[in-house]
Design a protein around this ligand. Structure first.
Ligand code: A2G
Length: 528
């Protein structure tokens, strides 16, 4: 929990062999451009990757565990520190993005002004910068000259924005290190930085869960992460068998851009309000006392309910106990929210009435960010969340079983191990497929292109396929037998991309569909 961000002097540990040469070229270009731009060498380069979520969608802001892995595409920020002035200059190697210059002293809050209504690129840097300085209470920060290079595709559901915010927080911490040391304050750990990054992204105007930031910062090489948020942030590596038959994850971008900042009021922020509303109505029905600030999510309802009724986990594994509780909660959802009055959605005034609050009180407690809708779906959202968490827990448990099969196979009956492994991979695929159905039918976060891509993936032999990230566009992720990856990718290129995007260049296609190894998380490069 107290590990720092790893400091590296060789980037080869961050990328797989096929990606390493182009990554080296990109890092070298960033250093060279930095020197051209600022007339000096950077002191360090911060790195934070994007992520793909394997399962556990739209459950993090309800307090539940998710299972993403970091990808190799990442955000890099090269920085030179100036201890004699607090001024900041921030630019992107890609000239399409405007640059940012500010002096903390002349901003309204002493850090940096952010207008969340203006969806400008540099807001993400400003959010990370401000979040860190505010958290550490740094009044006269060291100045920073920064240049960024990003390779996570935007709007693809691979979390380019969080990679950017996380990288900005990490770059800012490192730049302030001399100040922290002078005042004998401790340098925040990777865990603390992840928590700060989660808070920081909220300055950009959308409500956020914590999955993307935690995955970007805390991932370990060759592992996915099971990330829990309640009661505290906890990240546990989840491994996949590496001996034959091995599996791979293929990411395929629909190329439908899912711009979270602009669509949040009718999509993401609305889902946060719906799930919070569902938690409140369930708590009232179950006689669970609510805290005065109303901050109570579906995981807390589950915990409080089972504490109240008494739950014995004796003789059960942790996964079995969790699954039993989640199944139980799905039954409660049917009983309390599956009624004629609520099942097909309720108006705002009905939502407030069910919550035992006036419209003004509800707004004050639950609507901190703009939302727009007339119908609130408590039943369908809560049903998705509890079943999705059951799938995430089962997925993790199945991966652990597959690892045990691999361990036992060494020197044992190999044929038996292959059969058992394939059955477990099939189970992982089924869980992913079921997740897609629920995202589509109960959480309404899929779209036609995601439906088409995931169906094509299954037809092309994937064990399972689902959307990844917030949805409403962006990428799908498919679980594929490793030896079938090339054939799988060509099938999707022919059946999806050639039909819908015939003009893509080979290079664009390579970036739209690719297999990704689980990459390592954030790092700080200090070599030259
Ligand atoms: O949708 C987005 O990626 C969210 N990230 C993430 O927290 C999670 O809720 C996901 C759906 O599972 C941000 O808001 C940065």
């Amino acid at each position: 929990m107290s590990e720092p961000i790893p400091v590296i002097d060789d980037i080869s540990i961050l990328y797989s062999d096929p990606k390493l040469a182009s990554a080296r070229a990109r890092w070298a270009e960033l250093s060279a451009e930095f020197e051209k731009h600022y007339g000096r060498k950077p002191d360090f380069i911060a790195r934070s990757p994007g992520r793909v979520n394997l399962i556990g969608e739209h459950v993090d802001y309800s307090g539940f565990g998710v299972l993403p892995m970091a990808i190799e595409d990442d955000c890099l920020i090269a920085v030179a520190v100036n201890e004699s002035s607090s001024d900041v200059k921030f630019a992107n190697i890609n000239k399409k993005y405007s640059s940012l210059e500010f002096s903390p002293k002349s901003s309204q809050d002493g850090y940096v002004d952010i207008n969340p209504e203006l969806h400008v690129w540099s807001n993400y840097f400003a959010a990370g910068y401000r979040g860190l300085l505010e958290e550490l209470n740094i009044e006269t920060p060291n100045g920073m000259l920064c240049l960024m290079s990003g390779s996570v595709p935007e709007g693809a559901g691979l979390s380019s924005s969080s990679a950017f915010v996380c990288c900005s927080v990490i770059a800012t911490v490192k730049a302030q290190e001399s100040l922290l040391e002078k005042s004998q304050r401790k340098i925040p750990s990777a865990h603390e930085i992840a928590t700060i990054a989660i808070r920081s992204e909220r300055y950009v105007g959308a409500l956020v869960g914590g999955m993307d930031q935690a995955a970007s910062i805390l991932s370990k090489p060759n592992a996915a992460l099971f990330i829990e948020f309640h009661p505290v942030l906890k990240a546990t590596p989840v491994y996949f068998p590496t001996t034959q038959p091995a599996i791979a994850f293929v990411i395929a971008n629909t190329l439908v851009t899912s711009a979270k900042a602009e669509t949040a009021p009718v999509r993401y922020n609305l889902r946060v309000v719906e799930t919070r509303g569902a938690a409140r109505v369930l708590a009232l029905a179950l006689g669970i006392p609510l805290p005065a600030d109303g901050k109570f999510h579906l995981k807390q309802v589950l915990d409080a309910h089972y504490e109240k009724v008494g739950f014995s986990s004796e003789g059960k594994t942790e996964a079995e106990a969790d699954i039993e509780k989640l199944v139980g909660m799905t039954e409660v959802v049917e009983r309390v929210l599956g009624t004629d009055e609520i099942k097909n959605g309720v108006s705002y005034s009905k939502l407030c009435e069910l919550s035992g609050l006036s419209e003004a009180e509800f707004k004050k407690l639950y609507i901190q960010q703009p939302i727009r809708d007339e119908i609130f779906h408590l039943y369908r959202r809560a049903k998705h969340v509890y079943t999705e968490e059951r799938r995430a827990v089962a997925f993790r448990d199945t991966c652990e079983k597959a690892m045990r099969v691999q361990e036992k196979a060494a020197g044992g009956d190999e044929h038996k191990a292959v059969v058992e492994s394939k059955a477990l991979f099939k189970r992982l695929g089924e869980l992913m497929d079921e997740s897609q159905v629920y995202c589509h039918k109960y959480f309404d976060c899929s779209c036609d292109e995601l439906e088409e891509l995931t169906q094509l993936a299954r037809r092309a032999g994937a064990y399972g396929s689902r959307l990844s990230g917030a949805g409403w566009g962006g990428a799908s992720v498919s679980l594929v037998s490793e030896d079938r990856v090339p054939e799988f990718i060509s099938h999707l290129k022919k059946e999806f991309y050639a039909k819908h995007h015939p003009d893509l260049t080979e290079d664009q296609l390579e970036r739209a569909i690719f297999a990704s190894a689980p990459s390592s998380g954030a790092a700080m490069f200090v070599g030259h």
